[in-house]
Design a binder for this molecule. Structure first.
Ligand SMILES: [Zn+2]
Length: 246
């Protein structure tokens, strides 16, 4: 039974999804990759919404240049561990959510260590590089965990979700990571992080509760510049590895 305190905390959301689904949400575990520009609004909304456990991969320290878009952090926290201070802010927002920080990069070894230990219901990418996005895709398919991948640049964003064995994957669409990757900072407008990170949180919650439509078999294109959202449909690639996994 959900307590009267939690009924009050989640009052507005319960008006949408009902008490049972609110309780269901509290039983779910999500792995989030990155706690930066996209990861800030994403983690804030997942925590505020009352998911059960949020396991976040984040290894960086906070820099001054992060504060222009990473809304989880405060000026006086520069040079501190983002994982540590992020955990503190998220727990203060909602002490009923279990926040676990993995102070490592999300790579095959660190990810598999978690997937073998925890029952993970969803993976959500909030990284800023293609290698990590492809790895989220490949491990999501391999471990049969649904996931969402998003990217941002300037006023633009892209987002797609994948249900392994059912829908087309990130590689079906993009194939391989680009060979030449520039190490220059990606230009980003702060509100783009908010819109796309919030869309990701919504995708996670919908999937965990099996409500609404997923952004699957299509790439959602967000242009805050033009004030438009659009979707490009795509199909499973019969030659893609995701079609060969058991
Ligand atoms: Zn595929």
């Amino acid at each position: 039974m959900i307590s009267s305190e939690l009924l009050e905390r989640y009052q507005r959301q319960i008006l949408v999804i009902g008490k049972e689904k609110q309780e269901l949400l509290a039983s779910k575990t999500v792995v989030q990759v990155g706690l930066g520009g996209l990861g800030s609004p994403l983690a804030l909304y997942l925590t505020a919404s009352g998911i059960g456990k949020l396991i976040i991969f984040e290894k960086d320290e906070l820099s001054l240049s992060n504060l222009g878009r990473q809304i989880l952090y405060r000026t006086e926290e520069v040079n501190q561990s983002k994982g540590e201070i992020g955990k503190k802010h998220l727990e203060s927002l909602n002490p009923f959510v279990s926040i676990q920080i993995i102070e490592k990069w999300f790579d095959e070894e660190s990810a598999i260590a978690i997937f073998e230990k925890e029952h993970v219901d969803y993976i959500v990418d909030a990284s800023d590089n293609f290698q990590t996005k492809f790895l989220v895709n490949d491990l999501g398919i391999r471990f049969n965990i649904p996931f969402t991948i998003a990217g941002i640049q300037g006023f633009e964003g892209q987002l797609l979700s994948v249900i392994p064995k059912k829908t087309a994957c990130y590689r079906c669409l993009f194939g391989h990571p680009p060979e030449k990757i520039e190490s220059k900072p990606i230009p980003v407008m702060a509100p783009t992080c908010g819109v796309v990170g919030s869309l990701e949180a919504s995708e996670v919650i919908k999937s965990l509760l099996n409500i609404g439509d997923r952004i699957t078999d299509r790439l959602m294109m967000i242009s805050l510049d033009a004030g438009e959202f659009s979707s490009i449909p795509f199909r499973k690639n019969p030659d893609c590895f995701c079609q060969k996994e058991e």
